[in-house]
Design a protein around this ligand. Structure first.
Ligand code: OAD
Length: 243
């Protein structure tokens, strides 16, 4: 391979941790304090919608507080998109809007967006108000009870999978940033990238179940590791060769 021209990047909760948003599986993470089955499955929503609306209303409230802002890792990926002589696509598992607030343009939200809601009757997607629940009338059908958070729950198919798979198969470099690599299908993206001939690199606070599968892995805080790595990439200091 001559040089790196197409970069695909998967991000997870670890990239937003230093912005003040809880991760899922770290100590005191969201899944330590909430049951996945209750707040992140279609069955949980059917059983107790009030609890599910409350969970996402709280998370939306947290996300929109003034102290929650993009950190140097989000900013470095914007710099990469602007200055790299090639293409950069970010696929995020995060439902926050910190990548776009930092200015990222080429971005896929595979697990949905906290600031959006969807009508279950028409599948139309809307910008959500700061609070909505089972009593909120839907903008399209005017019915109450038809709006749900625009979030992919366990057992549901993530969004844009065809586009994601094509991008991974067509990449020269795949980066995985701030994810524990425990949730399918994001957990196997490195394999699709590998199939397409890409070099694979993981950047995370600690080693993960998948670290050994990557060609290279580096540990540290995203706010330091990502800007350093982006500068190396922009200088041409990252070899496309798989060592
Ligand atoms: P996890 O909470 O599973 O993993 C976060 C990873 O980030 C961990 O490996 C941490 O070590 C790492 N981390 C924490 N702080 C960091 C920092 N400052 N710098 C770098 N890394 C740091 O979150 P995800 O892997 O994103 O899905 O979780 C994947 C999916 O599981 C989420 O999108 C969500 C969840 O269930 C849905 O809700 C559909």
């Amino acid at each position: 391979m001559e040089s790196i021209k197409k970069i695909t990047i998967l991000t997870g909760a670890g990239i937003s941790a230093e912005s003040g948003i809880s991760t899922f599986r770290d100590q005191n993470g969201l899944w330590e304090n909430h049951e996945i089955e209750d707040v992140a499955t279609p069955e949980g929503f059917a059983r107790n919608p009030e609890l599910v609306y409350k969970f996402y209303n709280q998370r939306r409230f947290q996300l929109t507080q003034d102290n929650i802002v993009p950190n140097p890792a989000h900013e470095a990926l914007v710099k990469l998109e602007k200055e790299f002589d090639g293409s950069v696509l970010i696929i995020t598992q995060n439902v926050d809007d910190l990548h776009e607030r930092a200015g990222q343009e080429s971005l896929i939200h595979m697990h949905g967006e906290l600031l959006k809601m969807r009508c279950v009757a028409t599948n139309k997607i809307y910008k959500s108000p700061s609070f909505f629940d089972q009593d909120t009338a839907c903008p399209c059908c005017q019915e109450v009870g038809n709006l749900r958070p625009h979030i992919v729950w366990f057992g549901e198919m993530p969004f844009y999978m065809d586009k994601i798979q094509n991008a991974l198969l067509d990449s020269d470099l795949f980066l995985s940033i701030g994810t524990s690599a425990q949730v399918y299908p994001a957990s196997i993206f490195y394999r699709w990238a590998e199939q397409g001939g890409a070099k694979t690199i993981e950047l995370n606070l600690e080693s993960t179940a998948a670290s050994e599968r990557f060609n290279e892995n580096y540990q540290g805080r995203a706010s330091e590791l990502v800007p350093e790595f982006v500068d190396k990439l922009l200088r041409g200091d990252i070899s496309p060769e798989v060592s």
